[in-house]
Design a protein around this ligand. Structure first.
Ligand code: FER
Length: 277
């Protein structure tokens, strides 16, 4: 056994050093399957007025098992991809199942999760052409809706903390790019940032983090992950290389899989457990 471990440990270290990525185990089987007889959180649809868009907008919100107005919670804002809306995670990602299971196992800090619509425009449905320039622009415009309208609404309406230590921003693909752009661009608002398979809307390193030395002081967590078969992998690699070259602490996790919810469920399971610790 000693000999085996003696060989294995240097081998593992070499593997990690060689590709620069973190050795993280994938979610165990059943992590995203509904279990009987466990406490469950609640999903609700909410409406808030957006001064950015000039309309009422819809979001979904997950409150954890045992939620009480007597407590105060941190908040994770969890963003969707280019073809989705405020229901995409719920329809395909089973976040409420993943969270309920994690709470049952005592592995998740109590938090509220907000699932917004990340396309800040009057008609915020995906529409016929999800790549239409005004629809792509709306993902960028969501920065103001999030900061000026949605976050203040959540903080007025729910028993939540309202400081950067208690706000996380994460998302998949377009939402991953938004999380990096808005998260690293607003370090006074967010200190936990996660990008799952970020899309080409991700700013290039020099624009994303022009002062990389500041990030290590400000961020509690910077997570970057992608499926190895994903056609957008280059965005994750490019971002990782910039962060690594500038000594910015981050988790870099490449996993088996493509641009799909098998990967993003796994990411949510792993990333969420690191939050608010
Ligand atoms: C692109 C390719 C993919 C792009 C965005 C995406 C804005 C988004 C994919 C997704 O959200 O799943 O060129 O440009």
């Amino acid at each position: 056994m000693r000999l085996f471990l003696g060989l294995l440990i240097p081998c593992l270290c070499l593997t990690v050093a060689a590709n620069g990525q973190d050795a993280i185990e994938q979610a165990p089987p059943g992590f995203d399957e509904k279990r009987e007889n466990i406490d469950r959180g609640e999903v609700q649809t909410i409406e808030y007025y957006s001064s950015t868009v000039g309309t009422k907008r819809t979001a979904n919100i997950y409150t954890p098992p045992g939620y009480s107005e007597e407590n105060r919670y941190p908040v994770l804002y969890l963003l969707h991809g280019i073809g989705g809306d405020e229901r995409e995670w719920l329809d395909h990602g089973r976040p409420e199942v993943i969270f309920d299971n994690l709470y049952h196992e005592g592995k998740l800090a109590p938090m509220i999760v907000v699932l917004p619509n990340g396309r800040a425009m009057k008609d915020d449905r995906p529409g016929e052409n999800i790549f239409a320039p005004e629809r792509v622009q709306a993902f960028s415009d969501f920065e103001r809706d999030l900061l000026d309208d949605l976050i203040p609404f959540i903080e007025e309406t729910y028993p939540v903390y309202s400081d950067r230590q208690h706000r996380a921003l994460a998302g998949l693909s377009m939402g991953g790019g938004q999380s990096l752009n808005f998260g690293l661009g607003n370090l006074d608002t967010f200190s936990w940032v996660g990008a799952f398979s970020p899309a080409p809307n991700t700013r290039v390193g020099e624009e994303l983090a022009p002062e990389p030395v500041k990030l290590n002081d400000k961020l509690n967590l910077l997570w970057l992950s992608c499926g190895e078969e994903d056609g957008l992998l280059h965005v994750t690699v490019r971002t990782h290389e910039y962060l690594a070259a500038n000594d910015v602490n981050h988790i870099y996790y490449l996993e088996p899989g493509d641009h799909d919810f098998y990967v993003w469920r796994n990411d949510l399971y792993l990333f969420s457990q690191l939050l608010f610790r």
